[in-house]
Ligand binder design. Structure first.
Ligand code: ATP
Ligand code: MG
Length: 433
């Protein structure tokens, strides 16, 4: 159907016949001269029809064609320094494959801005804008690179169930669903499953996964359906091994994003690749830094959104740091499976990117008795964790891991609200399309 994408039509193809397929992006009629801009996945190309040269049927078709119709054009490549990219196609054949209705639900040429709701309601058309599709090409590139990278590090890709019988961690709200005659829930995280695999001999696993979180957020950085890279690895000395894996992975992702030249040009955006190793700040150090700025957080409490932002700004302005770890969180703020570090602290960390948490992780408890004790201390019932706990009685190696939000990474990489970087976002108010 198509011999070339627009980007493959170069000056070397002068006078050659090519066949292109795509959408009618724009039309211009100068009487004897008619221009049509064809848009395909890779870009744009001008189709130029002249009265007396181009067949009358083609001229008529161009006249009557509606914007965004799907067409196939066959024609000769001609150099013309007035045309975009310095070349155009003189058509010998134009086939209207499928006509578009008019008016359009939104403007694809980006001359008129649409509000976010209109854009998301018509996402199929919003994605025709090169600026929008660039976001998702870049996203695909970093996910592909993450998979490659982790496979290179000996990780096996797993797939945990998304329908579960009960809360995996306690805390986060779950979406209940009906499962035949029982109640079930959508999984908020693969946490317990990836840990069980640490006792299976598959001692390095990862998942490109979805978290379902029934939290009633309405923020720039929360959704109710989240994409993430979740990982667990065994035979570690401490959480430092996990942080090293995470920082290398994230820098690989950023490097990959920075090499998406065409997409970044379209988005008019630049990406700086951070140097390894990343800086580590303890929770206590962060509280001190914030206190100096007049932001008091009582010891043991989460660093709230305002605190996270302020810390991000501080580190960026004073030390030029965009990506950093916060380590040694208070034990009482962490889930039961978190490995304690003394009485008060835990072997856990967050990775923050420009003042927003993009990942949480740490070392986990691997002793059965210790784990049971911690479950009880969290006022949870060990009986509800029977299948999980069993794995810890028959040879569980020391292990740890992290969950890395892909949507969060994308929004911080491109400085966009989270809904811009998710194709079909799910939030408090949006369930379609
Ligand atoms: P936050 O405190 O920012 O709400 P969290 O600590 O509840 O996040 P985790 O359970 O640690 O989130 O999940 C691991 C990662 O998954 C987070 O660091 C973040 O990148 C991503 N993530 C979690 N919940 C959401 C959400 N509701 N929307 C977008 N990303 C999320
Ligand atoms: Mg977290």
């Amino acid at each position: 159907m198509r011999s070339h994408y627009s980007s493959q039509v170069t000056h070397e193809l002068e006078d050659e016949i090519v066949i292109l397929c795509g959408w009618v992006h724009e039309k211009r009629d100068l009487g004897n001269l008619k221009f049509l801009v064809l848009r395909d996945r890779e870009g744009f190309i001008q189709i130029t029809a002249k009265k007396g040269v181009t067949g009358d049927d083609i001229l008529e078709d161009i006249n009557s064609l509606s914007k965004e119709s799907v067409i196939q054009v066959k024609g000769k490549v001609k150099l013309n320094n007035k045309a975009p990219n310095g070349l155009e196609i003189n058509p010998s054949n134009l086939k209207v494959i499928n006509e578009s209705n008019s008016p359009l639900p939104l403007d694809v040429t980006q001359k008129v801005d649409s509000d976010m709701d209109t854009r998301l309601n018509n996402r199929f058309m919003d994605l025709r804008k090169p600026g929008v599709s660039s976001i998702f090409r870049l996203r695909s590139a970093i996910i592909n690179r993450s998979r490659e990278y982790l496979k290179g590090e000996g990780f096996i890709e797993m797939c945990s169930p998304k329908i579960i019988a009960s809360a995996s961690e306690g805390g986060t709200d779950l979406f209940p669903i009906s499962y035949f005659d029982k109640e079930a829930f959508l999984a908020q995280s693969p946490q317990l499953y990836k840990q069980m695999l640490m006792g299976s001999g598959l001692d390095r696993v990862f998942e490109t996964t979805t978290y379902f979180r029934a939290e009633e957020h309405d923020t720039r950085r929360h959704l109710n359906e989240v994409s993430a890279i979740d990982l667990e690895m065994a035979f570690i000395e401490s959480e430092e091994d996990i942080m090293q894996m995470l920082e290398r992975l994230v820098v690989e992702m950023i490097k990959t994003a920075s090499s998406c030249k065409k997409e970044l040009e379209t988005l008019e955006w630049e990406i700086k690749v951070p140097q390894l190793p990343l800086k580590r700040f303890t929770y206590d150090e962060c509280l001190n830094l914030l206190a100096k700025e007049g932001k008091e957080i009582p010891w043991g409490e989460d660093i709230d959104t305002e605190g996270e932002k302020l810390l991000g700004k501080l580190l960026q302005e004073k030390q030029g740091i965009e990506l950093y770890f916060i380590t040694k969180y208070p034990l009482k703020s962490k889930p039961f499976y978190t490995m304690p570090d003394g009485e008060k602290y835990s072997r856990s960390f967050d990775l923050c990117f420009k003042g927003v948490e993009v990942s949480s992780g740490g070392q986990r408890i691997h002793s059965h008795n210790h784990l049971v004790k911690r479950i009880e201390q969290h006022n949870l019932e060990p009986e509800n964790f029977e299948y999980y706990l069993k794995c810890f009685q028959y040879g569980m190696p020391p292990h740890g891991g992290f969950g890395l939000g892909v949507d969060r990474m994308m929004m911080q990489l491109l400085d966009l609200p989270i809904k811009e970087v998710v194709m079909f976002p799910r939030d408090r108010h949006r369930l379609t399309p």
